[in-house]
Write a protein that binds this ligand. Structure first.
Ligand code: DGY
Length: 326
């Protein structure tokens, strides 16, 4: 592990002002003042010069980009928890550790998912647009009815920190929790959360009212929710995704929504961000958010603090605490 006084640190996107100020104090830091995502060439130029690269999920840190890295590039300190935009194998092959920012965005993301879990079945976003469009003519016994969430069953795919934080919130709304995860949680944790493990994902899909996707995006979870699995969901089921768009086959999801094969969806992430298909944009039974999961002042500052801590500990010659590669 190196010991570097003021590592040359290139940050690919604009970060909260306090975070940038602290980085400028501690590191030989270079920022992206106009905040446009860096081109592939700009990323190649950055890895050729930096000791530490601080990318975010909008940067494709591919094998090709890493091939331009100079021998001085010794750390990738990602601003964010998901690292699916970084070719981890290529980083490992070059012996470059990658760190992320787990823990500090859990509660904010879970709050937002809970917002979608309420807002989609109860048609809150649709109602708001209705009022603003001047269409509301007053209360009516059959006006804009949605589905009750109390007493329903939520299926959570991916029961890590965020999945568990959603389960805690949903229980408070009287929602039953099933979950599918590679590894079963300890029984005591299951009991505290009131959550039931479903080893077989397909069985769980056929038996829930709301589905929340909260697993990481990897080669194994690519299009985990495909046409066949969407077909297992009932007509009254709502799909919520605040993890990564690529976990759901968006075309197949759009087909299912258009046909009324499922009731609706709440999406914070998409397969080709920021592009969203015209067909999806045209649907009433979806709430579409612009990847807001961790978007709080507090959360983004805490993410920055984590990035700084990882760089400082690494620069002092120690293993950074949030290293994602062995
Ligand atoms: C992450 O950190 O990976 C999130 O998607 C950002 O909100």
């Amino acid at each position: 592990m190196p010991q570097i006084e003021r590592p040359k640190t290139i940050v690919t996107r604009k970060l909260p002002a306090q975070v940038e100020a602290r980085m400028a104090e501690l590191f030989d830091a270079e920022f992206n003042a106009d905040d446009t995502p860096m081109s592939e060439d700009a990323l190649k130029n950055a890895v050729a010069r930096a000791d530490v690269l601080v990318p975010t999920l909008t940067d494709d840190i591919s094998k090709d980009v890493l091939a331009s890295a100079g021998p001085q590039l010794r750390l990738i300190a990602n601003f964010g928890v998901g690292v699916d935009h970084i070719d981890l194998a290529a980083a490992r092959a070059r012996d470059i550790p990658v760190t992320n920012t787990p823990g500090v965005l859990t509660e904010d993301t879970a709050d937002m998912v809970m917002g979608l879990i309420i807002s989609v079945p109860r048609r809150l976003a649709e109602g708001e647009k209705f009022v603003r469009a001047g269409k509301w003519r007053g209360w009516a016994p059959t006006g804009m009815l949605g589905h009750r969430v109390n007493g329903k069953k939520l299926g959570i795919v991916g029961m890590g920190r965020i999945g568990q934080a959603i389960a805690r919130r949903a229980s408070g709304f009287g929602i039953a929790i099933d979950y599918h995860n590679r590894h079963r949680l300890p029984e005591a944790v299951e009991q505290t959360l009131g959550a039931t493990w479903r080893e077989n994902l397909d069985d769980m899909l056929a038996d829930i009212d709301i589905l929340s996707i909260n697993c990481p995006y990897t080669a194994e979870t690519h299009h985990l929710l495909n046409e066949k699995r969407l077909g297992l969901l009932g007509r009254d089921v709502y799909v919520i995704n605040a993890a990564r768009g690529e976990i759901i086959n968006e075309e197949a999801l759009t087909d299912a929504l258009e046909k009324g094969a499922i009731a609706g969806a709440g999406l914070d992430v998409y397969e080709n961000e920021p592009d969203i298909g015209e067909r999806l944009l045209a649907l009433e039974n979806v709430v579409l958010l612009p990847h807001l999961g961790s978007a709080t002042f507090e959360g983004r500052e805490a993410m920055g603090d984590k990035v700084i801590a990882n760089i400082r500990i690494w620069a002092d010659g120690h293993r950074p605490p949030d290293q994602v590669l062995e």
